[in-house]
Design a protein around this ligand. Structure first.
Ligand code: NAG
Length: 623
């Protein structure tokens, strides 16, 4: 008896002291461990798919859920409830029409240009059910880029939402000339060459098409193409394989979300966050999702109350817009307990907490095409993720020294990169390997290669260059610092500086143009700015430039500011110097060159005066 008690107390004391020690040294130990176990468990499941060649895709999971919980609301959109069965049946109708009328074949790629609505999902799942891959097109995208998207993924068919048919006006003939078939999600069409889908859908059977059509034996076969802004101009089609969509679909689950949760998805479905993490995650759990056509700050909380929303998806600016809404006594009257997203700045994060209560904000870091992802499952303010030695075993990443002035990594005498010290900011590189493959971009080996860095630490190695400057702080928290190179974010979208520069440079009066992003107090991301040299004998034409960028570029990509320069500085490696331009900003009292600002009311680039500058800084002027 004494013996066993002694044994018990020894173990207890040992456990207790180990526990106390852990709490002191590693306050996040248990939460990290639980999280990692989930990640590992899911990873093992995926590895088993590889071994057995029996891949259970996100679509398979959806069909499973439709049998398991047919009457459970899957998507609620503008007040109408669509159950798992509803969406399953309706996507069967789409699949039937795709087979019988469109004669689509397994393995084909089809482009989808639709706004957020339940039929986006039905068309997507319908295509997947007949074995087609789907290219999601950004609904803001303009003529030239849109045409380019078809070349990337080889799509010969376009499915366009009823509200977006008009956006094709300028390019419809070009599409038809390129023998691209256009099908509108409508019952009638004024265009004789645009086919209609809805009349056929209504007449089609809702029986499933043969399961063999959707079956796949490889996790590495492409299922989606999602466009991301390129560093080399036009959008790039990131290849999304089943592996990536399954990983993304596990995101909510890994954060502890359950099937009883109600998700709020106000982000566009053509981005991977809403489609892969939001919809995929809802399916994985068998939960319910409130889908919004567009985000509305004034409706957000009343929506959340009405539908008992518990989890919402965000991008940084969305939370800022919510904080900018007038205060109300009901600010904390809701059931929301978690936000999942990216780009939340520490100041907004704190304000969000104090306004709306203790909502755990889980930042996810990872690009659509990237092979690395960080998740801040702790919810610590200002950090995008966590790392520790086990995570480092699973994901081989490194932060290397970066020279902002030369705009390239610092090399040692042997030509290799150098790791930064803990806490120091460096360029994030992620090793390409069998467990972290990089699938690249459709139709361009060159683009894929450009995103890779070779011979980084040793001859023959290969790393995915994220283009993001990050730091790893004490206790393994990862913080996002800045983005280097040729893209920046504005209004939640990536802007490719070279794409903008190419389009702006088409103006006859411009000799050379350099596009970059500048920070504006009170706004997320960076606003576009173009430094340019006017061609000798010409003058800057603010009207012509305004009309041109309005026609050719989506709103978020149009340069907000113009800076006229006499000459343009280069880096020592003959790239356009951006860093100093970014630093000097757009303040007319400190910038020695003439500045202009895009004016929505006057439809003109007008001179940027001190008064306008002040109204921008104070947030009065709408950008
Ligand atoms: C939300 O929750 C309340 C209380 O738990 C319940 O009475 C109400 O019916 C729920 N509303 C919806 C739309 O589920």
């Amino acid at each position: 008896m004494t013996l066993s008690l002694g044994w018990f107390s020894a173990v207890f004391a040992g456990f207790f002291s180990a526990h106390v020690l852990q709490r002191l040294c590693f306050p996040y130990f248990w939460r990290d461990l639980l999280f990692l176990l989930k990640v590992v468990r899911y990873g093992v499941t995926l590895e088993l798919f590889k071994v057995t060649s029996r891949v259970r895709t996100v679509l398979d999971r959806f069909i499973q859920q439709a049998q398991r919980i047919p009457d459970k609301p899957f998507v609620i959109y503008e007040g109408s409830v669509h159950t798992y069965r509803d969406i399953d049946r309706r996507s069967n109708r789409f699949a039937q029409v795709f087979l019988d009328e469109l004669k689509l074949k397994k393995g084909e790629c089809v482009a989808l240009l639709m706004s957020n609505e339940p039929d986006f999902l039905c068309a997507w799942f319908g295509l997947a059910k007949v074995g087609c891959s789907v290219a999601f097109l950004n609904t803001n995208i303009k003529s030239k880029s849109l045409l380019h998207c078809f070349n990337c993924c080889g799509a010969k068919t376009l499915i366009v939402g009823s509200d977006l048919l008009d956006t094709l006006d300028g390019i419809l003939t070009t599409l038809l000339d390129d023998s691209i078939r256009v099908w509108a999600v409508k019952s009638h069409s004024e265009h004789t060459q645009v086919n209609t889908l809805l009349d056929k859908i209504d007449a089609a059977s809702d029986e499933p098409v043969p399961a063999a059509l959707r079956a796949t034996t490889s996790l590495k076969s492409p299922t989606l193409y999602i466009f991301t802004s390129g560093t080399t101009g036009l959008p790039k089609a990131a290849v999304i394989t089943h592996l990536q969509s399954l990983k993304a679909a596990a995101g909510f689950w890994a954060f502890g979300v359950t099937e009883d949760d109600v998700m709020y998805v106000p982000l566009p479905l053509y981005h991977s966050a809403a489609s892969l993490i939001g919809i995929g995650g809802t399916i994985e759990l068998g939960a319910t999702c409130i889908l919004k056509k567009k985000f509305s700050a004034s409706h957000f909380w009343s929506d959340c109350r009405k539908h008992n929303v518990t989890v919402f998806q965000y991008i940084g600016e969305l939370c800022r817009y919510l904080c900018n809404q007038p205060q109300s006594d009901r600010d904390k009257d809701h059931k929301v307990v978690m936000g999942v997203g990216n780009g939340l700045r520490p100041d907004v994060w704190r304000e969000f907490h104090s306004r709306f209560g203790n909502i755990k904000m889980c930042e996810v870091y990872g690009s659509t095409e990237g092979n690395l992802c960080f998740m801040n499952h702790i919810g610590k303010i200002g950090t995008v993720g966590r790392s520790n030695f086990i995570y480092r075993l699973l994901f081989k990443y490194d932060l290397v020294k970066y020279d902002m002035l030369r705009d390239e990594p610092v090399k040692d005498p042997h030509g290799f990169c150098q790791r930064v010290e803990q806490g120091e900011t460096g360029l994030l590189l992620s090793k390409v390997s069998a467990i972290s493959p990089f699938f690249g971009y459709a139709g361009s080996k060159q683009l894929t290669e450009k995103k890779l860095m070779r011979d980084v630490f040793a001859k023959g190695d290969a790393y995915f260059n994220t283009g993001d400057l990050m730091s790893e702080e004490q206790e393994g928290f990862i913080c996002f610092r800045d983005r280097v190179g040729d893209t920046f974010r504005w209004k939640g979208e990536n802007v490719a500086t070279t794409e903008v520069a190419e389009i702006v440079g088409q103006m006859d009066f411009i000799q050379e143009v350099n596009v970059y992003g500048v920070e504006i107090q009170g706004h997320e991301g960076r606003a576009g700015m173009a430094a340019m040299i006017v061609r000798p004998g010409f003058t800057f034409d603010g009207k012509k430039l305004f009309d041109h960028v309005t026609r050719e570029l989506p709103a978020y990509a149009r340069p907000l500011f113009i800076r006229l320069q006499e000459e343009m500085e280069m880096t020592s490696t003959y790239k356009q110097q951006k860093f100093q331009l970014v630093q000097s900003g757009f303040n007319p009292s400190t910038v020695p060159d003439p500045l202009f600002v895009l004016d929505q009311q006057q439809h003109f680039y007008i001179p940027l005066t001190d008064t306008i500058y002040q109204s921008i800084i104070s947030g009065e002027r709408k950008l």
